[in-house]
Ligand binder design. Structure first.
Ligand SMILES: *Cc1c(COP(=O)(O)O)cnc(C)c1O
Length: 380
């Protein structure tokens, strides 16, 4: 079975985990600090704060920026639930924004403009599939309105520039992301004070850590803000440090495979659309989305491909249609998001794939589409 995503883990990761166990200190310590420094360096940033997940990081960014009940936060609906939940955690109201088009499924600046009110305090950009949102246009948008830009950079690990467009950016190290620590995340920002607040919020709002006390630095502590336990541990940081060394190579592989898809899909399946086709900007190539013809039955295509040993998936069920958000926020119409979400199909893409497998997926997709249309003709 060829899977949509697979972690790349090996002997080096095993050795790194054994080393932590042999040394005996397993909770947040020097490895976490080193992972923060090296991750920041990789993204050409001054500093970073490691957390237990991207979701936790987004929650802390909301808290540290003082987003609160009564505030509105613009979010795309073409995203994972976490980008919406973090707004609800602090009692603020998420306001869903449409994508630009089927070819450019990133947040629409025109729709964001239309959705802005005097209550809008922040906007969460999602670098969908790893493609960076437009830096200068969004910065101007935010500056003109005095609102804060936050980046959900879950898809963009290793991409220099991700996390530097807004006030803060958060990465995910979940198992299917470009870099994984099984669970984990990282907050980056150029704002030193913001990162210090997030550092304290990550560990119960304590003024000194267990590790500092272990080192006999500061024998007691104070609690000066309501924090959480959103720490990363040494085992995960050890994994992250190994993964980080390979990230550029893996992202280059993702890029090569994506470009190959872009080259051969139009030949094999001229009826499908390829979002970001010829996109000039950078990407971490986290996933490989395509848009099926509007008259095709996606579930049938997915079943056919599965039968041929190829897993596919959907990114994402549109958030504004999910029960919780619809019940809480009322109905919203987002025409492009709805059109995109109903025909998007995510093809396998990960660094362990070969070029031959990309060819195989492209041909299988052509075959599945042909079989289904023949079947439909036969059924009249
Ligand atoms: C994976 C993902 C998240 C959540 O990341 P966790 O580390 O699992 O909390 C948030 N936003 C997007 C866009 C994601 O893809």
């Amino acid at each position: 079975m060829l899977f949509v995503a697979e972690p790349t883990l090996g002997e080096e990761e095993k050795r790194a985990l054994s080393e932590v166990i042999d040394q005996g200190w397993i909770t947040m310590g020097e490895r976490v600090s080193r992972f923060e420094r090296e991750f920041a360096e990789k993204h050409e940033m001054q500093d970073a704060v490691a957390v237990s997940s991207c979701t936790a990081g987004l929650h802390l960014v909301m808290l540290a920026l003082g987003i609160q009940p009564g505030d509105e936060v613009l979010v795309p609906a073409m995203t994972f639930a976490a980008s919406v939940n973090c707004v609800l955690y602090v009692g603020a109201r998420p306001v869903f924004v449409d994508i630009e088009s089927l070819d450019m499924p990133l947040m629409s600046i025109d729709d964001a403009t239309a959705k802005c009110t005097e209550k809008t305090k922040a906007i969460i950009l999602v670098h969908y599939a790893g493609y960076l949102a437009d830096r200068s246009r969004w910065r101007t948008f935010a500056a003109e309105r005095g609102i804060v830009l936050i980046e959900d950079a879950a898809h963009a690990a290793g991409m220099v520039g991700a996390g530097t467009i807004g006030t803060a950016g958060v990465f995910s190290f979940y198992g299917n992301k470009n870099l994984t620590t099984a669970e984990g995340g990282m907050v980056v920002s150029e704002d030193y004070h913001l990162l210090e607040r997030i550092r304290q919020l990550r560990a119960h709002g304590l003024t000194a850590s267990t590790f500092q006390r272990h080192l006999n630095q500061g024998i007691t502590y104070d609690v000066t803000m309501l924090g959480y336990n959103y720490r990363m541990d040494e085992l995960r940081a050890a994994l992250g440090l190994v993964q980080l060394k390979n990230l550029d190579t893996w992202n280059k592989k993702r890029r090569d495979l994506s470009l190959l898809y872009h080259k051969i899909l139009p030949r094999d399946c001229p009826e499908i659309r390829i979002p970001f086709y010829g996109h000039p900007g950078g990407s971490a190539h986290h996933i490989m989305p395509v848009v099926l013809p509007s008259d095709s039955n996606r579930q049938q295509v997915m079943s056919k491909l599965y039968g041929m040993g190829i897993q596919t998936t959907v990114h994402y069920p549109p958030a504004h249609k999910l029960s919780l958000y619809r019940d809480l926020l009322g109905p919203t119409r987002l025409p492009w998001t709805e059109k995109f979400a109903s025909h998007e199909l995510t093809l396998p893409l990960h660094p362990r794939m070969t070029e031959a497998q990309v060819e195989q997926v492209s041909e299988a997709l052509a075959e599945a589409l042909a079989q289904i249309s023949q079947q439909e003709l036969a059924d009249g």
